[in-house]
Design a protein around this ligand. Structure first.
Ligand code: BES
Ligand code: MN
Ligand code: ZN
Length: 497
């Protein structure tokens, strides 16, 4: 889909479809009111008959509306104007795009971007309109032998910017929205690919491709390299697998040389069977999504590259399968991590923390300004927060605040959970320095507590995305979260936000 920005009046400019909003109690948005005047009250007649009552997310498509230059008009219900916020704005845009996709219009002009009622500036409104439009239009058909259904005719979307003074900010919003959407789309593709295609080696190739395209630096550590570094925890997870593990490092040098980088560490388990502590069979296919943390790191770096973000960013991806087998790690095995601390592996299904802990120790060499790890880490996080918020843990309150704020701006929200010392005792081990599980109570907190033992040397935040990285059921598929949150975090740090 192509996007452009124009400051136009909906009556006079020709379009395949002019998209305008109607609030509850049939109150017109400014663009709808302008169209109503141009058509001498045609729209009021329609709403007066009760065919569009402004309920949020409803749409009404009108053909051959008299006295205007556009082929079609799409009325979109906006709900109550007093309650019109981020969520409602995004839902209205999504509803509009879904309906447009069923029409023959190749081009449409979206006037919803002019809605000041949402209390966000034009840059935000345009960025989110672009991101939502591309999110709705997303299809994953790479693994189908032939295309299904009829492709949508919609090729071009013109976004209304209100007056001319808004054009610059709107253009910046367009650029930002596109970069985020492209990052999200990459993360979704990687998540949706099956584990027989998306292997650790495949992820490494993706990183190399990003490095080539955006002039980044890429390094891929092989098993022998990790052995030399003493990454006993990461390697222990790879023992049962026929696929060689990798540690991928992708560096975006957008800032001054002296500037310390933000380091993003993504869990890259390309399939999680649980290992010897085998998972039950139901829905095990969804464990191909256990590399969505890694995918979000690659997606965010793509967005950073596309925006030429003036900031140094390092992505670190420990990646392997977690498989049972004759060489696999067994419950009770004790491994020595790169940090020198020993871990008693009481459950081989708590493998995410094992690959992350060595990657976090490896991050020390970048003297990071901050480290954020992103992981589909615990089923317990899904129980705690469902599919709405990602779980946030941090050893620094200012950093936690930045992450929460970025999530709010991106509409990709996180919720902070405690990381108190009191929980650490659940990780006690009789044989090693500590265990890799802490029992059923507060499962996502003890997982974070485990990681906290490897992050003492820098400011660190941990995002548990087990509930937000993908959807189950009929709409099964990766969401691309938290690429929007991470990108906004980086934008703000680069002062381009
Ligand atoms: N990848 C899973 C976490 C997960 C489970 C995410 C279900 C989304 C849905 C992780 O590796 C795991 O298996 N965690 C265990 C930890 C437990 C053994 C302490 C879990 O959450 O059950
Ligand atoms: Mn697991
Ligand atoms: Zn896992």
């Amino acid at each position: 889909m192509e996007f452009s920005i124009k400051s136009i009046s909906p009556g006079q400019t020709r379009s395949g479809c002019a998209v305008v909003g109607v609030f509850e109690s049939r109150k017109f948005s400014p663009a709808a009111a302008a169209l109503d005047r141009a058509t001498k009250g045609y729209l009021s007649t329609i709403t007066g008959r009760g065919d569009m009552d402004g309920k949020l997310g409803t749409t009404l498509l009108l053909h051959s509306v008299p006295k205007i230059a556009s082929d079609r008009v799409l009325l979109v219900g906006l709900g109550s104007e007093a309650e019109f916020r981020d969520r409602q704005y995004r839902e209205a845009i999504a509803a509009a795009i879904k309906t447009l996709n069923t029409t023959g219009a190749a081009e449409a002009t979206l006037h919803l971007t002019e809605l000041g009622s949402v209390k966000r500036d034009i840059k935000w409104r345009v960025a989110h309109a672009v991101a939502v439009a591309l999110e709705v239009a997303y299809r994953f058909e790479r693994m189908k032998s032939k295309a299904e259904g009829t492709p949508s005719a919609l090729r071009r979307l013109t976004l209304g910017a209100g007056d001319k003074t808004a054009l610059r900010a709107a253009t910046a919003g367009l650029e930002q929205g596109l970069a985020i959407a492209h990052g999200v789309s990459l993360a979704r593709d990687l998540g949706n690919l099956p584990s027989n295609v998306c292997t650790p080696a495949y992820l490494a190739d993706q990183a190399r491709e990003l490095a080539r395209r955006y002039r980044m630096k890429v390094t891929v550590l092989e098993r022998e390299d990790m052995e030399k570094l003493g990454m006993g925890a990461l390697l222990s997870v790879a023992h049962g697998s026929a696929q060689p593990p990798k540690l991928i490092v992708l560096e975006h040098h957008g800032g001054a040389k002296a500037h310390k980088p933000v380091v993003l560490v993504g869990k890259g388990i390309t399939f999680d069977t649980g290992g010897i502590s085998l998972k039950p069979g139901a829905e095990m296919d969804e464990m191909k999504f256990d590399m969505c943390g890694a995918a979000s790191v690659l997606g965010t770096l793509k967005a950073a590259g596309e925006m030429r973000l003036p900031l140094n960013v390092v992505g670190i991806i420990p990646t392997t399968e977690n498989m049972p087998g004759g060489r696999a790690t067994k419950p009770g095995d004790i491994v020595t991590t790169m940090s020198g601390q020993t871990v008693e592996i009481l459950n081989t299904d708590a493998e995410g923390r094992l690959i992350l802990c060595d990657a976090l120790t490896y991050a020390e060499r970048y003297q990071p300004a901050a480290v954020i790890d992103i992981a589909t880490l615990t089923g317990a996080c899904v129980i705690a927060l469902g599919h709405v918020a990602s779980g946030l843990f941090a050893n620094d309150d200012a950093l936690a605040g930045e992450v929460l704020a970025a999530g709010a701006t991106a509409y990709d929200r996180a919720w902070q959970m405690p990381l108190w010392e009191d929980y650490q005792e659940q990780l006690k081990s009789n044989f090693g320095d500590f265990a890799n599980i802490g029992g059923r109570p507060a499962g996502s907190v003890t997982a974070a507590c485990f990681l906290a033992r490897f992050t003492k040397k820098f400011k660190w935040a941990h995002l548990d995305i087990a509930g937000t990285a993908w959807k189950s059921g009929k709409e099964k598929g990766a969401t691309g979260r938290p690429v929007p949150l991470l990108t906004h975090f980086l934008l703000k740090r680069s002062k381009k936000g």
